[in-house]
Design a protein around this ligand. Structure first.
Ligand code: NDP
Ligand code: GDR
Length: 346
């Protein structure tokens, strides 16, 4: 068992919850940060059964506040710092570009500065993203692929990524950057497309919803299982040298493909009609329209295709994705069917 301690910013999010579970299993003392709000939401750590764990300490914190970051480093003296906090929804970043820059971009530098000032020996993980590849310059994308972000979120994350590299090179800080492709789970928030689909398909199956409305169904993503990706984050901080790693599955599918998989998991066979904004998805048995396009979900600039090759992570970290998209979509649909049947759905 480890006797280390770790800070996880953003423990109320999907990855923060899974990472906390992993580190607690390894014997870490975990300081998980959450934001002050009128209704703090610990449903994920509660669902994982770790909310009351004796080695889990929940700390109120805001990433945009440098003094808060300095105090966090001082009070915990943590060995490892995982920066998972962000305004992480790409769609919202078009409406709130400055807030996104503050949290997702500058926020990471607040933490890096706190490490530099308080405890330069602490190891730092930055949650970078395949959104930095944006309008992709090569297929598949790897660590050396040139970046071309297509959203305020992607641009803010790119700034934080390069600052992580810069602090690594300038101050000898162990600062790792994980370029993670989309990873999903039953703990995904419902505004993201996979969970929106699985929750809506569950509701349609149970007669609680008529139609699932989506935006661009031709977008292609490389989707993996979040629980496996947080293991990769941890591994990035256990090697001798800080570096940048891609975590991905090397498989890409469209949003429409994911609808088909989720529907199949719920026992619904899909049929498709029409194109672009007139496209409709029907329940093949009943002929009822259950999926429709609503252009309000289109983005001003889209990332059309992502597919990552994680060969470097496999070679240097021994990391490999295991769960298939078929298994992942089934796991998510089953969780959403159960939640909706029980009358609650987060
Ligand atoms: P979530 O959106 O589920 O979680 C984000 C977390 O950040 C939440 O806990 C949120 O708190 C917290 N947060 C937001 N703003 C602040 C702030 N100002 N101060 C402190 N905390 C804040 O994201 P995921 O778990 O999916 O992702 C984790 C990280 O990985 C994010 O940085 C994301 O951008 C990045 N990433 C995610 C990928 C994915 O596919 N999931 C892929 C690549 C990168 P609150 O609950 O209060 O909102
Ligand atoms: P993404 O995830 O933007 O890749 O960012 P999201 O699930 O939001 O979108 C994926 C693709 O689906 C298309 N899409 C829709 N998306 C949403 N949310 N809602 C819809 O109704 C809809 N219809 C079609 C989108 O246009 C897009 O092409 C996620 C986040 O977790 C980021 O924080 C992370 O960095 C990246 O993954 C990797």
């Amino acid at each position: 068992m480890s006797n280390k301690s770790a800070i996880i910013t953003g423990i109320t999010g999907q990855d923060g919850a899974y990472l906390a579970q992993l580190l607690l299993e390894k014997g870490y003392v975990v300081y998980g940060t959450y934001r002050r709000s009128s209704s703090v939401n610990f449903w994920r750590i509660s669902e994982l059964g770790i909310e009351q764990h004796p080695n889990l300490h929940l700390v109120e914190y805001d990433l945009t506040d440098l003094s808060s970051s300095i105090r966090l480093l001082q009070s915990t003296q943590a060995d490892e710092v995982y920066n998972l906090a962000a305004q992480s929804f790409v769609g919202v970043s078009f409406d709130q570009p400055l807030t996104t820059a503050d949290i997702t971009g500058i926020g990471a530098v607040n933490l890096l500065e706190a490490i530099r000032i308080v405890n330069p020996k602490a190891r730092f993980y930055q949650a970078s993203t395949s959104e930095m590849f944006g309008k992709v310059q090569a297929i598949p994308q790897v660590e050396e692929t040139p970046f071309y972000p297509r959203s305020p979120y992607g641009v803010a994350k790119l700034y934080a990524h390069w600052m992580t590299v810069n602090y690594r090179e300038s101050y000898d800080i162990f600062a790792a950057s994980g370029i993670l492709f989309n990873h999903e789970s039953p703990l995904r928030a419902r505004e993201f497309v996979t969970r929106k689909i699985t929750d809506s398909i569950a509701k349609i199956k149970l007669g609680k919803l008529d139609v699932l409305e989506l935006g661009n169904m031709d977008a292609k993503r490389d989707w993996g299982f979040a629980k496996e990706y947080v293991e990769g984050m941890w591994r990035m901080l256990q090697v001798d040298t800080p570096d940048t790693f891609v975590l991905a599955t090397n498989r890409t599918e469209t949003v429409r493909d994911f609808v088909n998989l989720a529907a199949k998991a719920a026992g619904i066979e899909m049929a498709w009609q029409g194109e672009a904004e007139h496209e409709r998805g029907l329940d093949a048995k009943t002929g009822k329209v259950i999926v429709a396009v609503n252009p309000k979900f289109y983005r001003p600039a889209e990332v059309e295709l992502l597919i990552g090759n994680p060969a470097k992570a496999t070679e240097k970290l021994g990391w490999k994705p295991k769960t298939t998209l078929e298994e992942l979509s089934r796991m998510m649909v089953e969780a959403d069917l159960r939640r909706n049947e029980q009358g609650f759905s987060f």
